[in-house]
Design a protein around this ligand. Structure first.
Ligand SMILES: [Zn+2]
Length: 160
Protein backbone atom coordinates (compact mmCIF):
# COMPACT_ATOMS: atom_id res chain seq x y z
CA UNK A 1 0.00 0.00 0.00
CA UNK A 2 2.71 2.44 0.99
CA UNK A 3 4.63 1.48 -2.14
CA UNK A 4 1.68 2.24 -4.32
CA UNK A 5 1.15 5.59 -2.75
CA UNK A 6 4.70 6.63 -3.30
CA UNK A 7 4.34 5.96 -6.99
CA UNK A 8 1.06 7.81 -7.23
CA UNK A 9 2.22 11.22 -8.41
CA UNK A 10 -0.80 13.45 -7.71
CA UNK A 11 -1.44 11.94 -4.31
CA UNK A 12 0.20 14.60 -2.23
CA UNK A 13 -1.26 17.46 -4.19
CA UNK A 14 -4.74 16.05 -3.72
CA UNK A 15 -4.38 16.47 0.01
CA UNK A 16 -5.14 20.16 0.63
CA UNK A 17 -3.48 19.97 4.05
CA UNK A 18 -0.19 18.52 2.81
CA UNK A 19 2.49 20.49 4.61
CA UNK A 20 4.98 20.13 1.78
CA UNK A 21 2.67 21.73 -0.77
CA UNK A 22 4.40 24.51 -2.68
CA UNK A 23 3.09 28.06 -2.72
CA UNK A 24 4.32 31.14 -4.50
CA UNK A 25 6.77 33.05 -2.37
CA UNK A 26 6.05 34.97 -0.33
CA UNK A 27 2.51 33.89 0.56
CA UNK A 28 0.80 35.28 3.60
CA UNK A 29 -1.86 33.44 5.63
CA UNK A 30 -4.57 36.04 6.39
CA UNK A 31 -5.88 33.97 9.29
CA UNK A 32 -2.80 33.30 11.47
CA UNK A 33 -0.22 35.57 9.84
CA UNK A 34 2.38 32.94 8.98
CA UNK A 35 4.43 33.58 5.87
CA UNK A 36 5.48 30.96 3.35
CA UNK A 37 9.11 31.56 2.63
CA UNK A 38 11.91 29.32 1.33
CA UNK A 39 9.57 26.38 1.14
CA UNK A 40 8.18 26.58 4.67
CA UNK A 41 5.48 28.35 6.64
CA UNK A 42 7.26 30.51 9.17
CA UNK A 43 6.39 32.96 11.87
CA UNK A 44 7.93 35.99 10.21
CA UNK A 45 6.84 39.05 8.28
CA UNK A 46 6.75 39.68 4.56
CA UNK A 47 9.79 41.69 3.39
CA UNK A 48 8.67 45.26 2.76
CA UNK A 49 9.79 45.33 -0.85
CA UNK A 50 7.76 42.26 -1.77
CA UNK A 51 4.12 41.78 -2.44
CA UNK A 52 2.67 38.69 -0.85
CA UNK A 53 0.02 36.38 -2.19
CA UNK A 54 -2.66 35.36 0.24
CA UNK A 55 -3.62 31.81 1.00
CA UNK A 56 -4.72 29.95 4.09
CA UNK A 57 -1.87 27.88 5.49
CA UNK A 58 -2.48 24.14 5.88
CA UNK A 59 -3.17 24.52 9.62
CA UNK A 60 -5.81 27.23 9.17
CA UNK A 61 -7.34 25.24 6.33
CA UNK A 62 -7.78 22.29 8.67
CA UNK A 63 -9.30 24.53 11.29
CA UNK A 64 -11.73 26.04 8.81
CA UNK A 65 -12.72 22.59 7.56
CA UNK A 66 -12.76 21.15 11.09
CA UNK A 67 -10.54 18.37 9.88
CA UNK A 68 -8.01 17.40 12.58
CA UNK A 69 -5.20 14.89 12.16
CA UNK A 70 -5.07 14.22 15.89
CA UNK A 71 -7.67 14.06 18.66
CA UNK A 72 -6.80 13.93 22.33
CA UNK A 73 -9.51 12.79 24.76
CA UNK A 74 -8.99 13.65 28.41
CA UNK A 75 -11.23 12.24 31.10
CA UNK A 76 -11.64 10.95 34.64
CA UNK A 77 -12.17 12.43 38.10
CA UNK A 78 -8.50 13.15 38.48
CA UNK A 79 -8.59 15.13 35.26
CA UNK A 80 -11.51 17.19 36.49
CA UNK A 81 -9.57 17.97 39.66
CA UNK A 82 -6.33 18.88 37.84
CA UNK A 83 -7.77 20.27 34.68
CA UNK A 84 -5.89 23.55 34.70
CA UNK A 85 -2.41 22.09 35.09
CA UNK A 86 -3.09 19.28 32.60
CA UNK A 87 -4.30 21.72 29.97
CA UNK A 88 -1.23 23.80 30.65
CA UNK A 89 0.93 20.76 29.83
CA UNK A 90 -0.93 20.40 26.54
CA UNK A 91 -0.35 24.07 25.82
CA UNK A 92 3.36 23.72 26.63
CA UNK A 93 3.66 20.75 24.28
CA UNK A 94 2.05 22.85 21.57
CA UNK A 95 4.38 25.78 22.21
CA UNK A 96 7.45 23.56 21.99
CA UNK A 97 6.23 21.95 18.78
CA UNK A 98 5.46 25.35 17.25
CA UNK A 99 8.99 26.61 17.76
CA UNK A 100 10.14 24.33 14.96
CA UNK A 101 6.89 23.66 13.19
CA UNK A 102 4.42 26.52 13.35
CA UNK A 103 1.77 24.42 11.59
CA UNK A 104 1.49 22.10 14.61
CA UNK A 105 -1.31 23.51 16.73
CA UNK A 106 -4.18 22.76 18.99
CA UNK A 107 -7.09 24.04 16.90
CA UNK A 108 -9.90 23.83 19.41
CA UNK A 109 -11.11 22.01 22.48
CA UNK A 110 -14.63 20.90 23.18
CA UNK A 111 -16.60 18.88 25.65
CA UNK A 112 -17.72 15.49 24.40
CA UNK A 113 -19.81 13.32 26.75
CA UNK A 114 -17.46 12.76 29.71
CA UNK A 115 -14.28 13.86 27.92
CA UNK A 116 -12.59 17.04 26.96
CA UNK A 117 -11.50 16.68 23.36
CA UNK A 118 -8.55 18.60 21.90
CA UNK A 119 -8.19 18.72 18.13
CA UNK A 120 -4.69 19.09 16.67
CA UNK A 121 -3.45 19.82 13.17
CA UNK A 122 -0.90 17.09 13.38
CA UNK A 123 -0.75 13.54 14.67
CA UNK A 124 2.68 13.98 16.24
CA UNK A 125 1.40 16.82 18.38
CA UNK A 126 -1.52 14.69 19.62
CA UNK A 127 0.90 11.91 20.63
CA UNK A 128 3.25 14.40 22.21
CA UNK A 129 0.46 15.89 24.33
CA UNK A 130 -0.72 12.46 25.49
CA UNK A 131 2.79 11.39 26.43
CA UNK A 132 3.55 14.64 28.25
CA UNK A 133 0.41 14.28 30.37
CA UNK A 134 1.01 10.60 31.07
CA UNK A 135 4.61 11.17 32.08
CA UNK A 136 3.68 13.96 34.51
CA UNK A 137 0.44 12.52 35.90
CA UNK A 138 0.63 8.78 35.07
CA UNK A 139 -2.93 7.53 34.38
CA UNK A 140 -3.86 5.40 31.36
CA UNK A 141 -2.67 6.37 27.92
CA UNK A 142 -4.00 4.70 24.81
CA UNK A 143 -2.95 5.76 21.32
CA UNK A 144 -5.06 4.54 18.50
CA UNK A 145 -4.23 5.20 14.87
CA UNK A 146 -6.82 4.20 12.33
CA UNK A 147 -5.73 1.86 9.56
CA UNK A 148 -7.07 3.84 6.67
CA UNK A 149 -7.69 7.36 7.75
CA UNK A 150 -4.86 9.62 8.70
CA UNK A 151 -6.21 10.40 12.12
CA UNK A 152 -4.75 9.53 15.49
CA UNK A 153 -6.89 9.30 18.60
CA UNK A 154 -5.10 9.65 21.90
CA UNK A 155 -7.01 8.75 25.05
CA UNK A 156 -5.78 9.69 28.48
CA UNK A 157 -7.75 8.88 31.57
CA UNK A 158 -7.19 8.93 35.30
CA UNK A 159 -9.89 8.46 37.89
CA UNK A 160 -8.08 8.99 41.22
ZN1 LIG B 1 -2.70 30.15 8.91
Amino acid sequence: MAEERRGDVGHESKNPYYEGKKYREPTYCPSCGLVYHEGRWLDESVPEDQEANESLCPACRRERDRNPEGLVYLSGNYFEGHRKEILQLAKNAEERAKEDRPLQRIMWSEKESDCLKLATTNEHLARRIGKAIASAHSGELDINSGDNERLVRVYWKRED
